[in-house]
Ligand binder design. Structure first.
Ligand code: CAA
Length: 258
């Protein structure tokens, strides 16, 4: 079903698999990749048959960063004028859940793109880094902010100003990665995890996602109030009633998405 230049999109039941596909450039993120991702995520969001997405790369690289060759001749006016990384906000705005399945290099914009996902499942080969300092720049797609929130100041500062890479075990200990799986089964394991998520009532999934994201962006009392109000709101849904009645009747819930 893929009509894209730089990504391949497939549906596996209720799971949309989006694979970055610029092997010659280690999946570097250029303007075409961004345009393709925006379109693919919008299509996923609009398709009621799809309940979770997985974004992955190749065995060697999830993505080795923003495209250095494309950026090399752009000055401030071009980057600012084009709002060069701004389109990624549209990917982040996806309300339905998505997982980053990372093998190999996730560097610079690659690490930042993975951190835009709801969580990261990583192969034992995954390596994360923010090496922009070596190019005379700094993260531009959220690395200094999301990495710091994910792993704390000490490690985020270390990563950003030393430009070193974290292996998958360090990344998991630090809280960047949620699950580590063998490289050989990464995509299969991520699709399996996504299929479980896709099988839950969709409104509850979106509410859970909004609540956890609120913890990233608000203080504790505002976050707790948001959580409680949204919990109360879910009690007005048909799937809440079905979920609780199904539990009492010892059967599986049959979700309406309402
Ligand atoms: N942009 C453009 N092209 C890239 C790229 C990138 N970020 N990363 C790799 N490539 C290209 C290489 O230029 C090379 O192309 P050619 O064959 O045409 O020369 C090809 O991909 C293969 O790369 P290597 O030969 O370098 O592969 P390697 O195995 O020797 O090294 C690597 C792998 C360590 C990941 C190395 O490619 C590398 O250091 N890449 C750059 C990583 C980086 O600095 N990322 C940050 C980019 S800036 C950014 O992302 C800003 C932001 O915050 C949004």
């Amino acid at each position: 079903m893929s009509q894209f230049q730089t990504i391949i999109v497939e549906q596996h039941g209720a799971v949309t698999l989006i694979r970055l596909n610029r092997p010659d450039a280690l999946n570097a993120l250029n303007s075409q990749v961004l345009a393709d991702l925006i379109e693919a995520f919008a299509a996923y969001e609009a398709d009621a048959s799809q309940g979770c997405a997985v974004l992955t790369g190749s065995e060697k690289a999830f993505a080795a960063g923003a495209d250095i060759k494309e950026m090399s001749n752009r000055g401030f006016s071009e980057m600012f004028g084009e709002n060069y990384f701004g389109g990624f906000d549209r990917v982040v705005a996806t309300r339905k859940p998505w997982i980053a399945a990372v093998a190999g290099f996730a560097l610079g914009g690659g690490c930042e793109l993975a951190m835009m996902a709801d969580f990261i499942i990583a192969a034992d080969t995954a390596k994360f880094g923010q090496p922009e300092v070596k190019l005379g720049v700094a993260p531009g797609m959220g690395g200094s902010q999301r990495l710091t929130r994910a792993v704390g100041k000490a490690k985020a500062m270390d990563m950003c100003i030393s430009g070193r890479m974290m292996d998958v075990h360090e990344a998991e200990r630090a809280g960047l990665v949620s699950r580590i799986v063998p490289a050989a089964t990464l995509v299969e394991d991520a699709i399996k995890a996504a299929a479980e998520i896709a099988a839950y009532p969709p409104l509850a999934t979106i509410a859970n996602k909004e609540m956890v994201n609120a913890a990233f962006e608000t203080g504790l009392s505002a976050g707790l109030l948001f959580e409680r109000r949204l919990f109360n709101g879910l009690c007005a849904t048909a799937d809440k009633r079905e979920g609780m009645v199904a539990f009492v009747e010892k059967r599986k819930g049959a979700w309406s998405g309402k």
